[in-house]
Ligand binder design. Structure first.
Ligand code: GRG
Length: 293
């Protein structure tokens, strides 16, 4: 088994190759191709594909079977970031230390690049020849549910509606479970579908993924208070400036850190009884909790 560091590198390489090959082969319109590639190559951590690959390895399944699904996941994630940065949404000029898509290509092309990535993702899922048709349909359903108006899109809408008013901790958790958590969760569940996991394993991974999703968001909120702008590639303190409700805001920094630790423990506990062939899921839970960008 590769050490985690090496596994992260291998996973990133696998998904990067797949992403660029798909866009290059399928997108003919030059400006659109450039805009799509710009955000795909802007330096994302690839945490969702990594979670998918970690689940596959843990369930004794070849990574080859998850390559297209990993690329589809990252396309959906990238579309959400491009649209989130638009003037009509967060109006951000920089992401990952680089100009945002609409700052380089204009609003119209950025919207279309996002639309293109979202649609292309579903093409990939439908065409994954390494998987039986039934698994492909399950994956399409999974991503549609978690990324669409029952998941991430609903979370984004709720987040917009929560601006400039104080929300309770329960409301905040519900928003982020959908906005950030849903897609992260679908990464792990996609792995379970590809590996044909039994019902008990699926349920335990579901609990793991749910807690990882919340932990990821709490870590994000904490980094907005105490993070390093250089490492994050963006300004910190924006949540406070934008009057956004956050975990540190509602719980204090210490309370948010405790909540983060609690979700990571629950995630690890969920998978502790499974006979997994790697420790990557546990290691990733720690990595998410301790991340600095
Ligand atoms: C526009 C439908 C629609 C949804 C946007 C995910 C999202 C919803 C907005 C992003 C806003 C944000 C900063 C959320 C906090 C958590 C998060 C998803 C951070 C970005 O994900 P990373 O850290 O990004 O995986 P990288 O840059 O590594 O790819």
């Amino acid at each position: 088994m590769q050490p985690l560091e090496q596994f992260l590198k291998t996973s990133k390489q696998l998904v990067d190759e797949q992403l660029l090959a798909e866009v290059d082969a399928r997108v003919i319109t030059p400006t659109l191709k450039k805009a799509m590639r710009y955000s795909l190559e802007a330096g994302g951590k690839r945490i969702r594909p990594i979670l998918l690959f970690a689940t596959l390895i843990s369930l004794r399944t070849e990574l080859e079977k998850g390559k297209k699904t990993a690329a589809a996941l990252e396309m959906i994630h990238t579309y959400s970031l491009i649209h989130d940065d638009l003037p009509a949404m967060d109006n951000d000029d920089y992401r990952r230390g680089k100009l945002t898509n609409h700052k380089v290509f204009g609003d119209a092309t950025a919207i279309l690049a996002g639309d293109g990535l979202l649609t292309l993702a579903f093409s990939l899922l439908s065409e994954e020849e390494a998987l039986p048709a039934e698994s492909r349909v399950k994956l399409i359903q999974l991503f549609a549910e978690h990324a669409g108006p029952e998941g991430m899109v609903a979370g984004q809408q709720a987040d917009i509606e929560a601006e400039d008013r104080s929300v309770t901790l329960e409301e905040l958790a519900a928003i982020h479970r959908k906005k950030t958590g849903a897609l992260l969760k679908s990464a792990v569940l996609a792995g379970a579908i590809i590996a044909n996991a039994d019902a008990e394993t699926y349920e335990k991974l579901n609990i793991y993924a749910d807690n990882i999703g919340v932990a990821f968001q709490i870590a994000d909120d904490i980094l907005d208070v105490v993070g390093d702008e250089q490492k994050l590639g963006k300004k910190i303190g924006m949540d406070a400036i934008m009057h956004k409700s956050t975990y540190p805001g509602l719980l204090t920094l210490v309370g948010a850190q405790e909540a983060l630790n609690d979700h990571v423990s629950r995630a690890k506990e969920a998978v502790s009884g499974l006979s997994l062939t790697s420790n990557y899921l546990v290691e990733l839970a720690d990595l998410i909790a301790g991340r600095d960008h």
